[in-house]
Design a protein around this ligand. Structure first.
Ligand code: PMP
Length: 404
């Protein structure tokens, strides 16, 4: 078999429907976020980034950078091993303490990413708790789906955010089987928020554990950045809170926060924890600085919400098609992969706006979108520039479709 020919033919299908992904060569400008330098064949220029998950700009915060530099000075670059064999530093231990405190839990456990945290934890619980049934929201992230698949345990997929469907599935299950309900707080693509309290009520009624992915909410919501569960006073009702250090905290890594016994169990049995090199100490140091800053300062959160409000006002003023939701994620729905790519390419080339398309399988076909993520540092002029560019491109798309 000519493998390269096979690979190319598969890739051609992505080219044909406009969903082939191309990397932009961008360099963030220190201290000037959300500006970045784009390096292209025909030269370099500045672009405004509108699709970063560094929601609060903490990846450029002076306290975070100083903490990382200091940790590199003292500990060097890499961690030197897995957590069990030379890869645990003072910073890893201190970060786990910080995260446990943030979420009001006894313990926390670090992973190399949020993806690995979900995959390893759900995979381990599902594989090792005899008879466990995992009740998984239909819109859960790929990392949770893969973890459940890897576990090979029984599962029931309930309709997204649909409490009646969840209850019907819980009621239909064997009452003596152990159960776990896995869901997210802020869903990353539509920006809607789960009814956490009601899900916890159902969990109590049917004796289930709860597993909440707060990846898109930690740092951003709650008086100390503890997420939606903190904002709603529900942290203690959740069995496991999972999060990332790579979005609002601006660094990299993932974690769970839970009881001492649950964290110890995952620590002791999860291959995705045991058999991989731990995060560099400098990342852990940066994450501590970021979390501590956001625990005691709300100004990034306040300015962030203000940017979100201002862009929604402008999109509404011109009737541009975005999803209304109660979060900071502003999905501009285009509904076609090729049109999405066309808009995104022209935004970059002609308007110097970096806003990447989101295609299938990340979102269902026909709902392809530009996922706008405002930042506290976007100015009113940045917002007006983006909205004017979208107005012009969207009316061209409408003309192309023959829509008035
Ligand atoms: N959970 C959700 C809901 C996510 O959207 C993502 C990543 N986008 C992850 C987990 C994985 O987090 P990380 O990027 O830290 O691997």
């Amino acid at each position: 078999m000519d493998f390269d020919r096979f690979f190319q033919s598969q890739l051609q299908r992505l080219h044909d429907d406009g969903s082939y992904r191309v990397f932009a060569d961008l360099e963030r400008k220190q201290g000037l976020y959300p500006l970045a330098t784009r390096h292209a064949a025909n030269g370099s220029n500045d672009v405004t980034v509108w699709c970063s998950n560094d929601y609060l700009g903490m990846g450029q915060h002076p306290k975070v950078l100083a903490a990382m530099k200091a940790a590199i000075e003292c500990c060097g670059a890499g961690s030197g091993g897995t957590r069990n064999i030379s890869g645990t530093s003072h910073y890893h231990v201190a970060l786990e303490r910080e995260l446990a405190e943030l979420h009001g839990k006894d313990s926390a456990l670090l992973f190399t990413s949020g993806y690995v945290a979900n995959w390893a934890t759900l995979g381990t619980l599902g594989a090792r708790i005899p008879g466990l049934i995992i009740f998984s929201d239909a819109s859960n992230h790929a990392s949770m789906i893969e973890g459940i698949r890897y576990a090979g345990c029984a599962k029931a997929i309930w309709r997204h955010n649909d409490l009646r469907d969840l209850e019907a599935k819980l009621a239909a299950a064997n009452p003596t089987s152990p159960k776990l309900i896995a869901f997210e707080s802020v869903y990353s693509m539509d920006g809607d928020i789960a009814p956490i309290k009601e899900i916890c009520d159902l969990a109590d009624k049917y004796g289930a554990m709860t597993y909440l992915d707060e990846v898109h909410a930690v740092g951003v919501y709650g008086p100390r950045g503890g997420g939606i569960a903190e904002r709603e006073g529900l942290m203690e009702r959740l069995t496991v809170i999972e999060g990332t250090l790579a979005k609002a905290f601006g660094v990299m890594g993932g974690y769970i926060a839970a009881s001492r016994q649950l964290c110890d169990f995952v620590r002791s049995f999860a291959s995705g924890f045991i058999f991989t090199t731990s995060l560099p100490p400098s990342l852990a140091a940066g994450a501590i600085a970021s979390i501590q800053h956001l625990k005691t300062n709300s100004s990034e959160r306040v300015r962030h919400q203000e940017s979100v409000r201002r862009i929604r006002v402008q999109l509404n003023r011109y009737g541009l098609p975005h999803l209304e939701n109660p979060s900071h994620i502003v999905p501009f729905i285009v509904g076609d992969a090729a049109k999405c790519k066309w808009i995104s390419d022209i935004l970059l080339e002609d308007f110097h706006v970096y806003l990447q398309p989101i295609n299938y399988p990340t979102v269902p076909k026909g709902t392809e979108r530009l996922r706008i993520t405002p930042n506290p540092t976007h100015s009113e002029a940045d917002i007006t520039h983006l909205v004017n560019a979208l107005r012009s491109l969207w009316s061209n798309c409408a003309l192309a479709r023959g829509v008035a």
